[in-house]
Ligand binder design. Structure first.
Ligand SMILES: Nc1ncnc2c1ncn2[C@@H]1O[C@H](COP(=O)(O)OP(=O)(O)OP(=O)(O)O)[C@@H](O)[C@H]1O
Length: 244
């Protein structure tokens, strides 16, 4: 489903590659957690997949389409199959839970409808259903700025569901949350992943969360792919290698 071939990212004025000749093949149904110490390249990797970060060289192929050479218009269409969950939620603070959730449908609608904020009954029904899935149906009319961090991330996930994605990307989605809330968010992500048969690729700092939820773990060190394997293969020695 997703092929990463010889991917290199070098930021301007940097003497080193943030991602250094990475090769990976990732499949539908995999819940991939990405590990690595700060600066290892995790975020650059996630952002290169949906071309928020343009690769310096190499290739990202999604469902048979080479994204690296795609025009911005075609990329926008492909991006509507990909969704990103962010550390700081990226919600619109003054809008309600319901309004924020409905913006998830924007990528698949004509722009004038988005400008006018017109939503069909079917879209509204889908919004409500997504909020039920994340357990926020009682809060639909609250402004998101009044919510806790965990609730905000649930809105982020409901919004993602409205997009009906095939690929879920998470750039440190629990880094701003306490340990028990983080665990609940991972439980939710995993159940949504299974329910909607996604490929999920999620950066996480907490190795225990990765080991508990991932079906596959990859780890970067200095931009290079250091590990690619099963969660139980991340033993103390590998842990030390990743975080040395
Ligand atoms: N916009 C940028 N301009 C220049 N260098 C950058 C930029 N973004 C990241 N880098 C550098 O690229 C390397 C990889 O950064 P990246 O953010 O991908 O790491 P990370 O593993 O996600 O780190 P963290 O866990 O701290 O978020 C680092 O050396 C970082 O300093």
């Amino acid at each position: 489903m997703l092929m990463i071939s010889d991917l290199v990212v070098r930021y301007p004025k940097s003497g080193e590659n943030a991602l250094d000749h990475v090769n990976l093949s990732l499949h539908k149904g995999e819940f991939v957690c990405v590990l690595g110490k700060s600066g290892a390249g995790k975020s650059t990797f996630i952002r290169s997949i949906n071309r928020l970060q343009v690769p310096t060289s190499g290739r990202v192929t999604f469902d048979g389409t080479n994204l690296t050479t795609l025009s911005e218009g075609k990329m926008r269409r492909i991006r509507s199959d990909m969704v990103m969950i962010f550390q700081h939620f990226n919600l619109i603070p003054r809008m309600t839970v319901f309004q924020n959730t409905l913006t998830g449908a924007f990528g698949k609608r004509p722009p004038y409808k988005n400008l006018l904020g017109l939503f069909s009954e079917k879209e509204k029904q889908r919004g409500l259903q997504a909020l039920q899935e994340v357990g926020l149906e009682k809060h639909i009319h609250k402004r998101v700025e009044a919510l806790s961090g965990g609730q905000k991330q649930r809105v982020g996930i409901a919004r993602a569901l409205l997009q009906d994605p095939k690929l879920l990307l998470g750039d440190e989605p629990v880094a701003s949350l306490d340990p028990s809330t983080s665990r609940r968010i991972f439980e939710l992500l995993k159940s949504i992943h299974e329910e909607h048969e996604l490929l999920s690729i999620i950066n996480v700092h907490d190795v225990n969360l990765a080991k508990e939820f991932a079906t596959r773990i990859i780890a970067f060190r200095d931009g290079k792919l250091l590990f690619d394997g099963k969660p139980e293969e991340v033993d103390d020695r590998m842990f030390a290698d990743i975080y040395q």
